[in-house]
Design a protein around this ligand. Structure first.
Ligand code: SAH
Ligand code: SF4
Ligand code: F3S
Length: 443
């Protein structure tokens, strides 16, 4: 009998990368590989990389160093590296030269070529590098090996046209390309038929969905059609760009029962000067107006955001505008990042970079404030009844089950295998900054 072959994929970065890894896994499984968590037992190891901030890149180099020993122990091991980092010339050249144990380098536009590339290596053709610059055309639909039975990611638009001056994504993921509406609806119908209860629609800017399509299709229309699918209980989406967050979309979110009442609306900064230099395309006042209107129309909504601190030229006064914004808008949650210069982006060339200690100190202040607000907002839920979609055991304890509220708050309940994949009502008994805990209420 033939010996089983095993694969391990290590993923860095955002949900889009996670979802690409599910597709890579789907292809590897079609080739006959089985999943493993053990690097030592793997026949193929793939790193799916991210370049959004410097620390993402450093982690990849660290891991590459570590993988050398596995190649030494098993010379037949295939080591591949793909993802956003490989869409740049410098890292590709450096890895090709300094990390001789890497057999395969591929990019974000040609993940569907993985099987052919692996076969080339297996046929003894030596090391393989294939990265496409292509900005046109969609990556074809590929089967995904999903991690969860009742949740799934669905890509609706690839790439980004926004060119925020700090951001590398448009350079490594190409221009915006929307998937045809019927392809998305068909995929979601199939997922629902397979038992999936919650889908998360993915795109760097989901509100741009359809702009590049010939028909009148837009994101609110897509939501309407997906809301009709039997068996689906919830529809999430990310990320929304504030500039394109229309009233039409707001009223769809309000109207459609399956659409989660959670909006991730990255603002990045509270200072108009910084927003302008970031090329975000909106002002602080506009963002306030959007959030206030959303809160007024959908009172139960939760809003999360992203902030970058220490963008070049950010003064103490600019930063205080960010703090004031957080105090007033009271986000449910915020992801906070220290600005990281990315080579090739306009902001990285600026000579007025903010010193590292200042950036760190600002990050601490912002995080401390947001933690308090998240804590207070969750505390206010104690005693209320919330509906959660139960996904299964929590990561840390199989006896504790986890689920999320429509507003995207993680909530723990006692284990009950019958509840997996169901919407259940939970009375909240304790709350921390990032999690809730409650008891199931019998209907
Ligand atoms: N498309 C999404 C988010 C993409 S990246 C959007 O526009 O909102 C996720 C987050 O990483 C961004 O919202 C931003 O806060 C952060 N980010 C992007 N580039 C960065 C950089 N160079 N340094 C630090 N944070 C960055
Ligand atoms: Fe990057 Fe801006 Fe595009 Fe988001 S919208 S991916 S931050 S360029
Ligand atoms: Fe990173 Fe690429 Fe996502 S750079 S954040 S993995 S789109």
């Amino acid at each position: 009998m033939l010996k089983n072959k095993y694969y391990k994929i290590i993923t860095y970065g955002c949900q889009m990368n996670e979802h690409d890894s599910e597709k890579l896994a789907g292809m590897l499984e079609e080739m006959g590989y089985l999943p493993t968590e053990e690097l030592a037992e793997s026949d193929i190891i793939i790193l799916n990389t991210c370049v959004i901030r410097e620390n993402a890149e450093l982690k990849v180099y660290g891991k590459l160093g570590e993988l050398k020993q596995y190649k030494r122990e098993n010379p037949d091991l295939i080591i591949g590296i793909g993802g956003c980092m490989m869409q740049q010339d410098e890292p590709v050249a450096e890895i090709y030269k300094k990390y001789q144990h890497v057999d395969l380098i591929f990019g974000t536009h040609n993940i569907h070529h993985l099987p052919a590339l692996i076969e080339k290596i297996a046929a003894g053709k030596g090391r393989v590098v294939e990265v496409w610059d292509e900005e046109e055309g969609l990556i074809p639909d590929l089967p995904s090996q999903r991690k969860s039975e009742n949740e799934a990611w669905v890509s609706i638009i690839q790439g980004c046209n926004n060119f925020c001056t700090y951001c590398i994504v448009p350079y490594v993921r190409g221009r915006e390309r929307s998937r045809p509406l019927n392809a998305i609806v068909n995929e979601c119908q199939q997922l629902a038929a397979d038992g999936v209860k919650e889908i998360t629609l993915l795109g760097q800017n989901v509100n741009s969905y359809g702009k590049d399509l010939a028909d009148e299709t837009d994101f609110p229309e897509l939501l309407s059609q997906l809301n009709e699918i039997d068996g689906l209980l919830r529809i999430r989406f990310m990320t929304s760009h504030p500039r394109d967050f229309s009233d039409k979309l707001l009223f769809k979110i309000k109207e459609l029962d399956k659409v989660a009442k959670h909006i991730h609306l990255p603002v990045q900064s509270g200072s108009n000067k910084v927003l302008k230099e970031m090329n975000r395309g909106y002002k602080r006042e506009y963002y306030f107006e959007r959030v206030k209107k959303i809160q007024q129309e959908v009172p139960e909504v939760s809003i999360s955001t992203d902030f970058i601190v220490g963008f070049p030229g950010e003064s103490e006064k600019d930063f205080e505008q960010t703090i004031a914004m957080v105090e007033e808008l009271k986000f449910d949650m915020a992801y906070t990042f220290i600005y990281s210069p990315r080579s090739g982006t306009p902001a990285a060339k600026r000579t007025d970079q903010v010193p590292e200690e200042v950036k760190k100190e600002r990050l601490q202040r912002l995080m401390k404030l947001q933690n308090q607000i998240s804590y207070q907002k969750n505390q206010a839920l104690i005693g209320t009844t919330q509906e959660i979609l139960v996904t299964g055991p929590s990561d840390n304890d199989p006896e504790v089950f986890a689920g999320r509220t429509s507003t995207n708050k993680l909530c723990f309940i006692e284990r009950d295998d019958n509840l997996i994949g169901k919407l259940v009502k939970v009375k909240i008994k304790t709350a921390k900054s990032w999690t809730l805990e409650g008891n199931v209420v019998n209907a």
